[in-house]
Design a protein around this ligand. Structure first.
Ligand SMILES: C[S@@+](CC[C@H](N)C(=O)[O-])C[C@H]1O[C@@H](n2cnc3c(N)ncnc32)[C@H](O)[C@@H]1O
Length: 254
């Protein structure tokens, strides 16, 4: 029998409150595979986040904002929601010294309790894939003002290699999360016009080879740079999008 949303939410809460995920195995590969692509991600996000200045902004599954916002990003207000008390509390520590108001709420992103048309922008990092896409996208659409914007960075589950890896390493994920597939994009497209940037296919394959050849900390090398450059090139061709591991989705309310 499939789990109810309440049961899924409780599992998510427990996992994040109790820090149950084990991700140390993948750390070394990440250092190689993502050395260049994190720089690209940062550059793209910095550009997209310029829109956040003087806007009423909501982060769901908070708190990636503390890592994403540089000192030039000053929203009019930032509201942060999370289902986990511990995750929200970590964000509060970062908010104390910020030159803009930050409010925190324990809330289910599948059932936002804000008034209609409250926010100019809703964003999040690695959160949509923990949610019921239809419900959460409906609520995000509802709480956004006309023309309101979205920015999300999410993992993808379309490449068979990543699917196999995920199946073999369940300890790295919460049990009910589902990295996005094309049917999720269709649901988002019903309510939002959006575009994307895809990340991390060749950089993972080349990162693996680089780790084997150069060893743990020697990630600034030509193999990783080549993998990264192939990613940038092939990510521009829609036919190859399903190879990639992560995506930035940015767009606006229909
Ligand atoms: C992969 S973590 C991402 C955290 C943060 N956004 C980041 O990028 O570091 C997923 C987050 O989603 C939160 N979460 C899971 N289900 C949720 C729900 N239904 N409503 C709100 N937050 C939820 C978890 O507590 C956790 O903080």
């Amino acid at each position: 029998m499939s789990k109810t949303r309440e049961e899924i939410n409780q599992t998510e809460k427990d996992y994040w409150n109790e820090g149950k995920l084990q991700r140390s195995k993948i750390k070394k590969l990440r250092r190689h595979a993502f050395f260049y692509s994190y720089k690209r991600e940062k550059k793209i996000l910095n550009k997209l986040l310029e829109d956040f200045n003087d806007k009423n902004v909501l982060e769901i599954g908070s708190y990636v904002w503390a890592a994403w916002f540089n000192e030039n990003i000053k929203p009019k207000s930032l509201s942060c929601i999370n289902i986990s008390e511990v995750e929200l509390e970590n964000g509060k520590k970062n908010a104390a010294t910020k030159p803009f108001p930050v409010k925190h709420h324990i809330m289910d992103a599948n059932n936002l309790t804000f008034e209609d048309e409250t926010f100019d922008i809703v964003f999040g990092g690695a959160i949509l894939h923990h949610l019921d896409i239809e419900k959460s996208i409906g609520h995000i659409h509802r709480v956004l003002k006309p023309g309101g914007k979205i920015v999300f960075l999410e993992p993808l589950n379309m490449n068979p290699l990543y699917r196999i890896y995920r199946k073999m390493n369940p300890q790295e994920r919460t049990p009910d999360e589902h990295a996005l597939v094309s049917s999720d994009f269709k649901i988002i497209r019903q309510k939002f016009s959006f575009n994307h940037y895809f990340f991390d296919f060749f950089s993972v394959v080349f990162g693996f080879i680089s780790l084997k050849i150069f060893g743990d900390k020697n990630y600034d090398n030509w193999i990783n740079k080549l993998g990264y450059n192939l990613d940038v090139f092939f990510s521009k061709i829609p036919f190859f999008h399903s190879l990639f591991a992560r995506v930035i989705i940015y767009g606006s309310k229909k």
